[in-house]
Design a protein around this ligand. Sequence first.
Ligand code: G1P
Length: 327
Amino acid sequence: MRPVAIIPAAGAGSRLRPHTHTTPKPLLSVAGKPILAHILDRVARARPERVALIIGPGPHGERLRAFASARTDLEITCVVQDEPLGLGHAVLQAKDVVGSSPVLIVLGDTIVEAPLDELTSGGSWIGVKEVDDPRRFGVAAVHDGKITALVEKPEKPISHWAVVGLYALANARLLFDSLEGLEKGGTRTRGELQLTDALQRMLHEGEELRPFPVEGWYDCGKTEALLEANRALLDIQAFPANREGVVVLPPVALDPGADVLHAVIGPHASIGAGVRIRRSIIRNSIINEGATVEDAMLDQSVLGERAVVRGTMQRLNVGDSSEVERT
Ligand code: G1P
């Protein structure tokens, strides 16, 4: 049976302000395209029967819906999560779309390199990575190649295996029963209905969950992490770019619709469509659609759509439609 993929994408993205004031987090650009486009490209390799994209109510949700409808290679159903009650609650909204198909859950701000086609072809797998301090993640205890316990953001970690936000689950019925059990019982951890708690419940019911160690894990939750993901993704999938009047230092993602002259671009610059650049040096930065950069040197910078920057070298984190100018 082909899986149904669930992509929770309703989060507010508060750690990525100001960008998430105007753009939903999954639509922020990294290495030449939105985070969600990277995720869907990877999900498509698992040949899902359908994708359930969990969106919030309001304009952010509608932008995600418009983005999803332009994607013709996947059947995407948008499901609105009316209230932000937690990741478990988000996943539960997909119950009717999933039916009894196996489930592949990939979080909407996490780009993971993993063989999703293999993970969805048998058994249940949780993506994990060993980290020094796992306290801000779900944490898995592992014994003999099996997960024995899962705890959400424990103060005293039970291991160093952080849950990366990738879950391939063969038993959808048990998943949704567990989530509904938590919901009915009013069980909350840190005020939210947690997916990790539902998985722990599945373990308790005797379900076998196996760890899948993930190497490439790009959590795009903060500006620094977004720039780190930009570097890593450009390193593995650079786009050739040659322009007259431009010195390109690869790897870069330079949109053909960007208007660039007398500039040094790269390394690790991601330049969107409709961007105008003149007499500038831009490296290790993400410049979103329609932004303007003139007479500037930018490093470690993220510019929102239509932002304008004119002036000298500086570190900036400028939201959509903002304007920074020196005369
Ligand atoms: C969620 C999950 C957590 C997981 C993390 C990965 O937490 O609840 O178990 O480790 O994603 O990014 P969040 O980042 O939404 O707080």
